[in-house]
Design a binder for this molecule. Structure first.
Ligand SMILES: [Zn+2]
Length: 373
C-alpha cells in the first residue's frame, strides 16, 4: 500500500463518522477560507506599508519603473507573504544601494554593513521570482518536461508554473515546474475530500516522480522526499535530534500529491514533510485541542513516546499535560523549543534551508517543514 493510502485509511479510522459529515466539512472549509481571507487582507496592508516605507527610504526605487511595477504586483499577489516582500525589498536595497546598511537598518531589517560604506554603482536589481533567477536545475528540468526553460505548458503537459500559489512560486523556481495532464480538482481548505490521493488524480507522470522523488532516511525515519532537498533535510533532522531529545521522532509523510485552491501543495514537489503530527497540530493559534491534550496525556496513538521529553526547566511533557487536563495545551515543539517566532527547532531547520509551518500567520501548521528553495 502506498504511504498516502495508508495515511488516508489511518485518518478515516481515527476520525469519528460525525466529523466526516459533508455539511460539517463544508462549513469548516468555509470558516477556514473566511479566516484566511481576513489574514490576507491584513497582510496586504502590511505589505503596502513596507513598500511605501522602502520607497521613501530609497527614492531610487521610483526611478526604476520595472522594479516599482514588480513590487506593486507582489503586494497585490495574495500568495506572496509579508516576509517574502521584506526579502524582496532587502534584495533591492542590496542591489540598488550597493549594501548601504543604513536603509535596511532603519527599516528594522538589520544589517552588518557599516552605515557609512560608500554606495557602489547600482547593479541591475534582482527580483527573486523572475526568469533570470530560476535555478539551473529548474531550467534543465523544465526544458526536459515542457521543452522550454521557463516551464510554460508544453509537450502535452500542463504546468504548475501557471499556479499563483506562493509556495508553488518558490518551488517552481528552485526545483522546476510539476508536469501534469488532467485538470486540477477544485480543492478548498483542508477538506479531506479535496485532498488529491495519488498522482492519478492529476496525472503527474510516474517518470517525473521516479526522477525527482526518492526514498531517504535520517534519525530512524524513512520518507519519500525530493532528491534535491534530501541532504539538507537529513542535516536538519540530525542536528535537531541531537539538540532536542530525539525530535523530530515520527515522520508523517514527505511526498504526497495534494493541493488546495488551485495549486499544488509543497508536498507534491516532495519539498515538505510533516513530523509528530499528533502533538503538533494544524490549528488556529497552533494549540492542542482539549481532545488532543487528552489523547497525548493518555499516551494513545503512540504519543506515550513523547512523555519523558523535557522543557528547558526540566518539566516533562507528561507533567505539563497533567496541568492542562481537559484544556488546550502548547504543542510539543513549543513546549520543548520555545514559542512561535522564536522556536529553536524552527531555527535549526531554517539554518539548513527549511521553514516551519508553526511560523505561519493565522492557522499554524506545527507538523509541517518546507524546503525554502
Ligand atoms: Zn505538511
Amino acid at each position: 500500500m502506498k504511504s498516502y493510502e495508508k495515511n488516508w485509511q489511518k485518518f478515516i479510522s481515527e476520525t469519528k463518522q460525525a466529523d466526516l459529515d459533508p455539511k460539517k466539512l463544508e462549513k469548516h472549509a468555509k470558516e477556514l477560507e473566511k479566516e484566511d481571507k481576513k489574514e490576507k487582507e491584513k497582510e496586504e496592508k502590511q505589505k503596502q506599508a513596507a513598500v511605501k516605507k522602502a520607497t521613501k527610504a530609497a527614492p531610487i526605487i521610483n526611478k526604476n519603473p520595472e522594479v516599482k511595477k514588480e513590487l506593486e504586483k507582489l503586494v497585490k499577489d495574495p500568495e506572496i507573504d509579508f516576509s517574502t516582500i521584506l526579502d524582496q525589498i532587502k534584495a533591492l536595497f542590496d542591489s540598488l544601494m550597493g549594501g548601504l546598511g543604513a536603509f535596511a537598518g532603519g527599516l528594522g531589517f538589520g544589517s552588518d554593513e557599516p552605515a557609512d560604506k560608500p554606495a557602489a554603482a547600482a547593479p541591475t536589481p534582482t527580483i527573486k521570482y523572475s526568469a533570470a533567477n530560476m535555478s539551473p536545475f529548474a531550467k534543465a528540468n523544465n526544458e526536459k518536461w515542457f521543452g522550454n526553460p521557463a516551464g510554460s505548458p508544453g509537450k502535452g503537459m500542463k504546468s504548475s508554473i501557471t499556479s499563483a500559489r506562493r509556495y508553488n512560486k518558490k518551488l517552481n523556481f528552485s526545483l522546476g515546474a510539476i508536469p501534469f495532464t488532467k485538470d486540477m480538482p477544485a480543492a478548498t481548505g483542508e477538506n479531506p475530500k479535496a485532498a488529491w490521493r495519488g498522482n492519478s488524480a492529476v496525472g503527474i507522470p510516474q517518470k517525473w516522480i521516479g526522477e525527482n522523488i526518492g526514498g531517504s532516511s535520517a534519525g530512524g525515519m524513512s520518507y519519500q522526499i525530493n532528491k534535491q532537498c534530501a541532504p539538507s533535510l537529513k542535516a536538519a533532522i540530525d542536528e535537531c535530534q541531537q539538540k532536542y531529545q530525539g525530535l523530530p521522532m515520527v515522520d508523517v509523510g514527505g511526498f504526497v500529491v495534494k493541493g488546495k485552491r488551485g495549486g499544488f501543495s509543497s508536498h507534491a514537489w516532495g519539498a515538505a514533510i510533516d513530523f509528530d503530527s499528533r502533538v503538533n497540530p494544524y490549528s488556529r493559534g497552533g494549540l492542542l485541542s482539549p481532545a488532543a491534550t487528552t489523547t497525548a496525556l493518555a499516551g494513545r496513538g503512540g504519543t506515550s513516546r513523547y512523555h519523558n521529553i523535557k522543557n528547558p526547566q526540566g518539566t516533562t511533557w507528561l507533567e505539563y499535560l497533567k496541568t492542562r487536563r481537559g484544556q488546550k495545551a502548547d504543542p510539543l515543539y513549543v513546549f520543548v523549543a520555545g514559542q512561535y517566532g522564536a522556536n529553536g527547532i524552527a531555527a535549526i531547520f531554517k539554518k539548513h534551508g527549511w521553514s516551519w509551518g508553526g511560523n505561519y500567520r493565522g492557522l499554524k501548521d506545527g507538523m509541517h517543514f518546507e524546503y525554502l528553495g
